[in-house]
Design a protein around this ligand. Structure first.
Ligand code: SAM
Ligand code: SF4
Length: 338
């Protein structure tokens, strides 16, 4: 099937409507999670990163082509200077009915001071990444001593009225034994929790295979401890959901290596330098920066979006083979945005 370049709605070559944008606003971060980046990560020069106004113009181009949800990510989106300007602008689009939702994925460290501002700007849901409830383990995995700030941030978000979902990367020899406790904690707080398999994105000074934990194995263990009922809750994303006992909370499983769920993919990602990546697991991209800085901006941006639709692959190539991760991509997750 050909991409439908004449229609308003962005639709890829496999007929999937693209209505969800993940927009990375910075590659910088105040943590150094071992599966995401090295300690001595080299960040982009500030000149290479789009201005907040340019990020908003890109969002507007996607909204005009049928995108209804935007998730800000990074790096850590809340460490970008003046990020509330962009969040307020997008929140305003939600208030005007141009967008259904603006949300973000955050490590939570900045939430104590920002949660109320987020709510006031129109954000209603956030994802907070948290791999452990132990201060010592948090420091070991993120190389920073900030668990308390994250837990305070989660509390502040809840108090501000934000719906919180926890994202946890499941790792062998790290949080494998703690996963049931994390699920019980999240359910007790009224949060959904999604477990994610570690993916081979970027060089992180260490082998990923030794910490790779297939969620199929984790699920078998969890089935002994919880009543997990399959749920038909869907977000158009790769997670499959289960309700946890009678708590009403959900457990999501994102299994890029053991099982991919690319058929219903509804999203593309844009980096803070203005590249559209059609898939987390592929290097094909289209650079929007030149179009953004050209004289015929709207036409050129639209042409780039149409071209991108023709390049979106059917699925990613991540897999385990003979104990090795295949389908590796050189970009770090912090560059493409989680
Ligand atoms: N800094 C924010 C945070 O941590 O939530 C947003 C960006 S972070 C790159 C987004 C998500 O990607 C986080 O939930 C993180 O745990 C996850 N992530 C990073 N590197 C990953 C990898 N190699 N495999 C799987 N998940 C990864
Ligand atoms: Fe930072 Fe998020 Fe990457 Fe951790 S996962 S280093 S918090 S960008």
């Amino acid at each position: 099937m050909k991409p439908q370049s004449d229609s308003k709605q962005l639709t890829d070559q496999f007929g999937r409507a693209i209505n969800y944008l993940r927009l990375s606003v910075t590659d910088r971060c105040d943590l150094r999670c071992r599966y995401c980046m090295g300690e001595d990560m080299v960040f982009l020069s500030k000149n290479d990163v789009l201005t907040l106004e340019e990020l908003y113009e890109i969002s507007a181009a996607f909204v005009a082509r049928g995108v209804r949800r935007i998730r800000l990510t990074g790096g850590e989106p809340l460490v970008r200077k003046n990020i509330m300007w962009l969040i307020r602008a997008l929140g305003n689009d939600v208030k005007q009915g141009l967008l259904d939702e603006v949300t973000l994925t955050t490590n939570g460290t900045q939430l104590p001071g920002m949660a109320t501002d987020l709510y006031d700007a129109g954000v209603r849901r956030i994802n907070v990444s948290l791999d452990t409830l132990s201060a010592e383990s948090f420091k070991a995995i993120s190389r920073r001593n900030k668990l308390e700030a994250v837990l305070d941030g989660i509390k502040a978000a809840k108090n501000a009225g934000l719906q919180v979902k926890i994202n946890t990367v499941a790792m062998r020899n790290f949080n494998e034994a703690e996963i049931p406790e994390l699920i019980s904690w999240a359910a007790g707080e009224g949060f959904d929790l999604t477990l994610i398999e570690t993916m081979p994105l970027g060089d992180v000074q260490g082998d990923r295979e030794s910490s790779y934990l297939p969620l199929t194995a984790v699920k078998s263990v969890l089935d002994q401890k919880f009543t997990l009922k399959p749920s038909d809750h869907r977000t158009g994303g790769p997670a499959r959901y289960f309700t946890v006992g009678d708590t009403g909370s959900r457990l999501g499983l994102i299994t890029p290596l053991t099982n991919n769920f690319c058929d219903g993919c509804n999203r593309v990602r844009v980096t803070c330098t203005g590249r559209i990546y059609m898939c987390l697991g592929q290097d094909d991209h289209i650079d929007l920066r030149a179009a953004l800085r050209s004289d015929s901006k709207p036409e050129n941006l639209n042409a780039c979006l149409d071209k991108a639709m023709g390049l979106k692959p059917k699925g990613h190539d991540f897999a385990m083979s003979g104990g090795e991760m295949i389908g590796k991509v050189n970009r770090h997750m912090s560059h493409t945005g989680g």
